[in-house]
Design a protein around this ligand. Structure first.
Ligand code: FES
Ligand SMILES: [Fe+2]
Length: 480
């Protein structure tokens, strides 16, 4: 029997974390190569429009939410749109005559293309087709959610980690999906950031697998049916942990990867990723995890008190470790001079641990038709050549769209200025003491100087921490 081809545009994709969005500001994004804008209308509903004004094609994401009526206003000529996508004001036509504006507003040509949207688990989900049929079809489909977590009572969730980390990578979707479902990668993930001192264990279920030296992928199978899921069991054995840990891994194309680690008495940890194809060479990842098992009260209190950016710093560092080689692997896979023609010839996958990659590649090239870009009939283009700074650009890939990290960065900048100001004031105070005749070796003169030195030292520390929100190079050879 012929299997139904996978249609990339007929699925829900999570595009944004609600708590990261600013209801007063349109959010520009992409999905499957389309330019989109997400915004909140007057009824507090999240909307997704094509990011193109029907008047003269300006991006609506450069517009603003009109305070008087909550409409989306194009910044070019001031046309305004309601949540349905229909224009509600065309100032220039109104200037001609009220009737002229009414006629223009009634025309389909003044409407923006809209896409179905829903909010689930704190994420804004978008269905990347527009038109009446899209709203009907999308209502019959459900987003891929972590079902186990949905069924758990909130009080049983001991800990939430990774905290909806979002990052946009300049890497092709298939390479990143493959990478995240491949726990056998041998990275030098020694974390150097100060954040590693805090609550490292909160991401242990993810990190520990990187240190494992033994992997077995078994029971690789493809579930036929809704969602086209494929699953496998992953057994991994970090040196320090006996017996080996068994994880169930599930990939549900187009976007969902789940790591499930069962514990005794029905307890578990679950770590999941959404891998979202934004454009041919650009992919968004959203990561979250929960621990459903008893934990000491103090641990729970400390964990609940930690700011979200601590988890994000750790994850940025982990992903930087991957990016150090992934972008080039991605570019190699798209080359046409011997690579990129057949994954089965380009890849040599001899070990059992390669099983997850095998499962993914078979699905991607058979059911997936070789990817969303190919399926849409567009010509493949070479991957962009990136500098090291562009590749590991934490600021543009994460911080600028993350309120928690943006705020932490701003506080570090402000704190640094204040520390330098304090150092200058203390030096002036020391000079004043000397001017009043205090001996250089005296508490009155030396204490302000020592205080100034401490302030400068701390401001330098702040500068180092600032860099962790912007750009930090990642050198595998410099790590254990
Ligand atoms: S281009 Fe949007 S109002 Fe003119
Ligand atoms: Fe962040």
């Amino acid at each position: 029997m012929q299997e139904e081809p996978f249609v990339w545009t007929k699925h829900w994709y999570p595009l944004a974390v609600v708590e990261d969005l600013n209801p007063q500001k349109p959010f520009a994004t992409k999905l499957l190569g389309k330019d989109l804008v997400i915004w909140q209308d007057a009824d507090k509903q999240w909307r997704c429009f094509e990011d193109i004004c029907p008047h003269r094609l300006a991006p609506l994401s450069q517009g603003r939410i009109e305070p008087s009526d909550g409409s989306l206003q194009c910044s070019y000529h001031g046309w305004r749109f309601g949540g349905s996508g229909a224009a509600i004001a065309i100032p220039q036509a109104a200037h001609d005559s009220p009737q002229s504006e009414r006629t223009s507003l009634a025309s389909k040509r003044s409407c923006v293309a809209t896409y179905p949207v829903q909010v689930q688990l704190g994420l804004v989900w978008v269905w990347p087709e527009s038109g009446p049929h899209a709203f009907i079809e999308s209502s019959a489909e459900q987003p891929a959610l972590n079902q186990r977590v949905k069924e758990v009572a909130p009080e049983d969730v001991a800990l939430t980690t990774n905290q909806n980390f979002v990052r946009d990578f300049p890497v092709a979707y298939d390479i990143l999906f493959e990478n995240i479902s491949d726990q056998a990668r041998h990275c030098h993930y020694t974390l150097t950031s100060f954040a590693s001192m805090f609550l490292l264990w909160t991401v242990l279920s993810h990190l520990a697998s990187q240190w494992a030296n033994h992997f077995e992928v078994t029971n690789l199978n493809k579930d036929k049916g809704p969602g086209d899921a494929y699953t496998y069991d992953l057994e991994w054995s970090p040196d320090a942990i006996k017996p080996p840990i068994n994880q169930k891994v599930k990939g549900v194309p187009p976007a969902y990867i789940e790591y499930f680690t069962p514990k005794e008495d029905g307890k578990f940890t679950a770590l999941w990723f959404y891998v979202i194809p934004l454009d041919e060479h650009s992919t968004r990842v959203i990561n979250h995890a929960v621990v459903v098992q008893p934990l000491p009260k103090l641990v729970k209190v400390l964990a609940a008190a930690r700011p979200r950016w601590i988890d994000h710093l750790l994850l940025n560092e982990i992903f930087d470790g991957d990016m150090a080689y992934l972008a080039q692997a991605s570019a190699n896979s798209k080359r046409r001079d011997g690579f990129g023609n057949s994954w089965a010839q380009d890849y040599y996958l001899p070990a059992r641990a390669d099983g997850s990659v095998l499962g993914w590649r078979k699905w991607y090239h058979k059911q997936g038709g070789g990817g969303f870009w190919e399926a849409s009939g567009r010509e493949a283009t070479p991957a962009p050549v990136l500098t090291r700074e562009q590749l590991l650009d934490r600021y543009h890939q994460h911080t600028q769209n993350c309120p928690a990290c943006s705020k932490a960065l701003q506080q570090l900048r402000t704190g640094r200025k204040q520390l330098l100001g304090l150092a200058a004031a203390l030096l002036l105070a020391a000079a004043a003491q000397l001017g009043r005749g205090a001996p250089p070796i005296s508490v009155a003169a030396a204490a302000p100087v020592l205080g100034a030195l401490a302030s400068v030292w701390l401001s330098e520390k702040f500068a180092g921490w600032q860099a962790k929100f912007v750009y930090s190079d990642y050198d595998h050879t410099a790590r254990d």
